[in-house]
Design a protein around this ligand. Sequence first.
Ligand code: YSA
Length: 244
Amino acid sequence: MERELVGIFRSLGYQAVEGPEVESEFFNFDALNIPEHHPARDMWDTFWLEGSLGLEGPLGEEVRGRLLLRTHTSPMQVRYMVAHTPPFRIVVPGRVFRFEQTDATHEAVFHQLEGLVVGEGITMAHLKGAIYELAQALYGPHSKVRFQPIYFPFVEPGAQFAIWWPEGGKWLELGGAGMVHPKVFQAVDAYRERLGLPPAYQGVTGFAFGLGVERLAMLRYGIPDIRYFFGGRLKVLEQFRGVL
Ligand code: YSA
C-alpha cells in the first residue's frame, strides 16, 4: 500500500524521502508551532525517551533537547525545508508512534504518508488537485474528494480530507492537510540562520498533508481490525504477501 501511494506521487513529480523515528521535541512539536504546554499537544499522545542518543539534525549537526518517538511524519517537513531551498515536492512515508489505547481503528504503531509542496504561488487549489489525483489513481474516475475545515497548529487554513470510495459506497476519512503556517516557515529560516544559511522561505507558500496508511489498506482489503497488521498471525499475513 505504501509503495503504491509513493508510486502515485512519484508519477506526479514528487520525490520520496525518509526521516528518523527517534525525533527531538523541537522537530516533532516546537518548530511545527506546537510549543510546550500548548493544548494541541494533546492531539498526539507521546512516547518520551530518556537520555540522549546524539540525534543528528538535517545537516548532520547535533540536536539537543528531549527525545521522543515521532508521533507523526510532519517533523520531516521541517528537516527537509532546513536542508533544501524551494521549489520542491516531496512525500515522506514512515512509521509513527502514539501512546494510545488500541482498538479496531487505533494502533500505537502505524504508518503515515506526508506530502509537502513549496514554491511561489502554491495555493489551496494545488492541494485539492493533489488529493484529487490521489483519489483518481486509487479508486478511478468515479471517485470524489471532500475537504472540511479543521485545526492543526502548523497549517492555516487547515482541512481534513476524505475520498469517495465508489465500490464501498462511502467516504474514507484519510487525513489532515492545509497551507503551511507562516510560523513554520519562520521557524525553518530561524534554524537555517543558526546554521549560517540564508533565509529561503520568504515570499513562498506551500501545502502539506498527512494520511494514515493502515486505514486506507483496511478499507481497500476489507481488514476489520487494525491490530491484525502487527498481530503476527500468519493466517492473516499470508493473505497479503507482497501487497501491504
Ligand atoms: C495535517 C496537516 C498537515 O499540513 C500535514 C499533516 C497533517 C497530519 C498530522 N500530522 C496528523 O498526524 N494528523 S492526525 O493525528 O489526524 O493523523 C493523520 C491520520 O493518521 C489520521 O487521519 C488517521 O488516518 C491516521 N491515524 C491517526 N491516529 C491513528 C491513525 N491510524 C492508526 N492508528 C492511530 N492511532
